[in-house]
Design a protein around this ligand. Structure first.
Ligand SMILES: [Zn+2]
Length: 555
């Protein structure tokens, strides 16, 4: 006689399973949402209870709508996986999964993504998504025949909607005014917000793919193109995740800028970013549109600074050590250094920023005419700050040596971050050194601006990407460094520049400042947004680049 152990699979009615899934999503994956709600409604038990009733009813309606054979199980498992992974980033880092966060996740490199997939994340997924998913896969759902099911679901959905409506109306004033005044409130509702924004992302990407890029600044000309002078060379360093608060140039208590502080640079301590995430900030920095007018679509459908430079006959080139130029360098020579397998600098799909310096000598030696080179750094991109610098730059210790913040103290996280800033300082000083050494042949300058800042635990937030309207200053206050070579400096009033450095600056200034530095005449140049224009004016009497004579010192 054979004995075979076959555990019988439990049966569950489809409405009851829908209720369990709805309750699980609401209770287990919405820690951040409930925390915010409790704070906003001041622990008011009635309002919070009614809110729970409204949401549970609506979640149940959504789950019931999916409760047909062959659809229910995969849909419920997918909802749970999305909500549980969303909850990890919301609860751990205070991340809000908006459309830009989804764009960033889709466009990320394998190296960058791998730092977020820590063992703790895997454990979280196994426990909170894996176990309930296996249970859902295991049980047998009792589905009634189609018509009977339709009647049954309608008999639940209609009362549910009525209850949700009544509960909402009972405290409509509180719900509506809170949603209006505290836009952050509903941004952590899981999985509604991640799914809604993923759908928006797909629709917008589809629209983007059909866009024909409009030309910009085709009238651009270098004002003194024919003059006998040295090639004008500007290196623009697009920094990554560097926040101004941790720059000693701006008064930070630690010496994070020991190398650039010794050089003849100008630091602009009051500079703000266009976005809080690379996919917004980078296109915006190089766009003709100021932050107030910039949209993702405008960035995609309009040529940018790099194209205007090309129209003016300037050599424009992009080196990327991050996750790509986000479309900015689509029409110019663009080298993705992070794809390099140069073992001196690169490991697991990421390279130290030293790789930018390594190839600069050869590039500068080959420059024959006016040129702008953009270097897009990896900078201080987290959470694995410790991978952004070498042992030699491990100045602030103990430093967090893992991408899993839960295993480090806040001080260790800040130490690692500060080391990455000091390493960037070393890279910038290196670039300036190489430019300065060639002033017999070229007329060089360098601009450094970070794309956005970073949260290091302030207000419970880590990393970046908080929607701009609610982002803390740590994410939007960015460092801006300018170095002018001897020839460029001679065209600018030094005391005026020192005064200008104390004024408010932003990413809006980059486009026009670079055009001004390259002496490019074009209808799209706005001297009011050129950081250096007032200081050229005080020297020669007029700020417009087209009215300035070629300078003798650049011969
Ligand atoms: Zn960035």
């Amino acid at each position: 006689m054979q004995f075979r152990f076959r555990p019988s699979r439990p049966h569950i009615g489809s409405p009851f399973l829908a209720l369990l899934v709805a309750a699980y999503l609401l209770a287990v994956t919405n820690h951040q949402f409930w925390k915010t709600s409790i704070a906003l409604f001041d622990s008011h038990a009635l309002i919070l209870s009614l809110l729970a009733v409204v949401l549970l009813c609506l979640f149940l309606v959504a789950c019931l709508a999916l409760s047909s054979p062959y659809v229910a199980k995969p849909s419920y498992i997918l909802l749970i996986v999305i909500a549980v992974s969303g909850a990890w980033f919301m609860d751990r880092f205070g991340t809000i999964i908006d459309i830009e966060m989804i764009r960033s996740a889709v466009e990320t490199t394998g190296g960058e993504a791998s730092h977020l997939l820590t063992p703790a994340f895997v454990m979280h997924m196994v426990l909170w998504a894996g176990v309930p998913s296996l249970l859902i896969a295991w049980v047998r759902i009792d589905h009634r025949p189609f018509l009977a099911k339709l009647l049954q679901n309608t008999a639940i959905i209609v009362p549910c909607l009525i209850v949700a409506g009544v509960a909402f109306v009972a405290q409509a004033g509180a719900f509506i005014s809170t949603a209006r005044e505290h836009k952050e409130w509903l941004t952590s509702l899981n999985p509604v917000v991640p799914i809604g924004n993923a759908v928006k992302y797909v629709i917008r990407s589809n629209q983007d793919s059909r866009i024909v890029v409009k030309p910009l600044g085709t009238d651009a000309r270098v004002a003194d193109a024919g003059a006998t002078r040295k090639p004008r060379v500007v290196v623009v360093v697009a920094g990554e995740t560097a926040r101004a608060e941790n720059f000693s140039l701006g008064g930070y208590r630690r010496d994070t800028n020991p190398e650039t502080a010794r050089l003849d640079i100008t630091y602009f301590p009051n500079t703000s970013s266009c976005g809080t995430i690379t996919s917004v900030s980078l296109p915006c920095m190089f766009s003709v549109y100021p932050r107030a007018d910039f949209t993702h679509r405008k960035g995609v459908e309009t040529e940018n600074l790099m194209d205007v430079l090309v129209h003016a006959g300037v050599k424009a080139e992009w080196w990327d050590n991050n996750t790509g130029s986000k479309g900015v360098a689509d029409r110019i020579p663009n080298t993705n250094l992070f794809q390099s397998d140069d073992a001196r600098f690169c490991k697991n799909g990421e390279c130290l920023d030293q790789i930018l310096l390594d190839r600069l000598d050869a590039w500068l030696d080959g420059v024959k005419g006016d040129a702008v080179l953009v270097m897009h750094q990896l900078g201080s991109h987290g959470p694995a700050y410790y991978l952004r610098y070498t042992d030699e730059y491990r100045r602030f210790t103990p430093d967090c040596r893992t991408a899993e913040f839960a295993n480090c103290s806040r001080d260790e996280i800040v130490n690692a971050y500060d080391n990455s800033i000091a390493y960037t300082d070393h890279i910038l000083a290196g670039i300036i050194g190489k430019l300065a050494a060639r002033q017999d042949r070229i007329d060089p300058s360098m601009i450094y601006m970070s794309d956005h800042g970073e949260s290091l635990g302030e207000y419970g937030l880590y990393l970046h990407g908080t929607p701009y309207f609610m982002a803390p200053s740590q994410q939007t206050h960015v460092p801006f460094i300018l170095w002018l070579g001897t020839a460029a400096k001679a065209g600018v009033d030094a005391s005026c520049l020192a005064g200008e450095a104390q004024t408010d600056q932003s990413h809006d200034n980059l486009f026009h400042t670079v055009l001004g530095m390259m002496r490019i005449d074009t209808g799209v140049y706005d001297k009011d947004l050129d950081t250096l224009a007032p200081c050229r004016a005080s020297l020669v009497g007029d700020a417009a680049p087209d009215t300035q004579p070629p300078r003798g010192d650049a011969m």
